[in-house]
Design a protein around this ligand. Sequence first.
Ligand code: PAF
Length: 284
Amino acid sequence: MKLVSGIEDVRDWVSSHRARGASVSLVPTMGNLHAGHRALIRRARADNDIVVVSLYVNPFQFGPTEDLATYPRTEAEDRAVMLEDGVDLLFMPADKVMYPRGLEHQTRVEVPHLGSILEGSSRPVFFRGVTTVVNRLLNITQPDVAYFGKKDYQQMVIIKRMISDLAMPVDIVGIDTVRDGDGLALSSRNSYLTPAERRIAPALHRGLCRGIDRLKHAHPDLDRVENGVVNDWTGAGIEPDYVSVRRRSDLELPEVGDRDLVILGAGYVGTTRLIDNVEFDVDP
Ligand code: PAF
């Protein structure tokens, strides 16, 4: 595995492989790799000649009160995982490579509306930071395809929208969420949970699944279903932020006849904010 930190180094390396006809993939990460990231890397490995992984904890997507300073950094372990999973190129830029003029003067990429609903209403700068850094990472690495986890469902939908709106020549592939045996979605932020909180956290996924069940079999009233999940979470010791059933394609509220849906939510387990979602189909 080759390690590079400069833009020209990535470009030269990628274009030399592209010149011989190789297909190039990118898996963008902030490190602290777990089985969820490995599912992205392994899919990239299976489907492409070249796998590039970026490791960059992007300061632009953290709000002023969020966990940038404490975000888990495990570079040595991450590199060992990447070697094992057959990554070809690791791109690990410094802040001055990603934002040479500083954050204040960085050109921003923003997806209106989609970036301000759901997660965006609780984390106002988050998606602007994500789309700005992903746009830059894609321009630097120039892959044919990039892989994102469905655990961050809204992030995946927003990135697809950015690609479409800016006519960027790259395919975006979403990969299913990897869960622990008790249903908890894998996330770097799970490491913030105390043992007692870890026992509570699976109720997040359980509540969403019960919500889908009620929607399909008991009452098709979205407000009642969402309130049911909120009550389940509260009863289990989770402080809900939001729960919402949306259309999968654009995260708008479902209309009569929409069948491809997703239930998304966020809640606090202690002081740790966790998100989760489950895709589902409704019968015609
Ligand atoms: O999902 C993440 O880890 C990050 O938001 C991403 C896509 C790597 C951008 O910093």
